[in-house]
Design a protein around this ligand. Sequence first.
Ligand code: NAD
Length: 291
Amino acid sequence: MLLKGKETADQIKIEIAKEVEGIVNKGQRAPHLVAILVGEDGASKTYVKNKELACQKVGFSSTLIRLPESTTEEELLSKIDEINNNDEIDGLIVQLPLPKHISENNVTQAIDPAKDVDGFHDVNIGKLTKGQDTFISATPYGIIQLLDRYNIETKGKHCVVIGRSNIVGRPMSILMSRSGNPGNCTVTICHRHTQNLETITKMADILIVAVGIPEFVTGDMIKEGATVIDVGITRVDADNKRGYVLKGDVEFESAEAVSGYITPVPGGVGPMTIIGLMQNTLKSHQNKFNG
Ligand code: NAD
């Protein structure tokens, strides 16, 4: 059965829009998200555009700051500082990846943790790890909500996460093991040095794949009835108008045949990631106005 991220995200957007309407009716300004895009990466442009469209849909203000590829780290940090000090802005994201001459770490750590709606700042990752209230990184947050909306039982289940990146795999593994719902899983985290991967994935009740290799997981690696969350999105060259197709990290056909629930690509985790971002921005606004 499909876990329809797009449909779920559309429903949550309606709920957020209602909250925003209430905020504006109270006389407060709407939540405001700023995105910085450095350079001309095609996929990044699409992601940022989708985030802008989502802002419009829920009634947020949004500002896109486009900077040339040649922007220096110093210039970018100074722009971040300006936004950190602007009270009219609730959330700031800097679209990754950045040009090679700019340190992603310096940039993510320069964002005020109170405006870090991507949840990449060390302070927010630390709070997440300790189970404290924080901005949960957008992709894991979106996945948690998708599991929740479909009432997927996680308590006591074995969750296997493939990938240990700071933005997806690692926070995902922490969330699934936390005391809470969704959560309370026994978690195994796998990465490029994991041996006998297939033996481990076959033990998963919930399998979350964030590797970045198209169709890396096949149906024969999945336990009958498991829930499969495919985070991967890779542009693979194709002979069509766009010149590419989007592929997930899971081979959909063979995986769908054995799984209980599965996310499609596109239309699964991607739209839910944007929801995570919207909700973090709303939360930042509420923190500011309601303490
Ligand atoms: P990453 O490259 O930072 O991390 C990949 C992880 O996969 C690493 O931890 C690595 O150890 C692991 N890995 C690599 N080869 C492996 C192997 N052979 N066996 C087991 N593990 C292996 O990637 P990321 O930023 O976590 O993103 C992963 C994928 O998710 C990418 O396709 C990315 O585009 C996609 N993504 C999608 C969304 C979304 O909104 N849908 C958001 C973020 C990332």
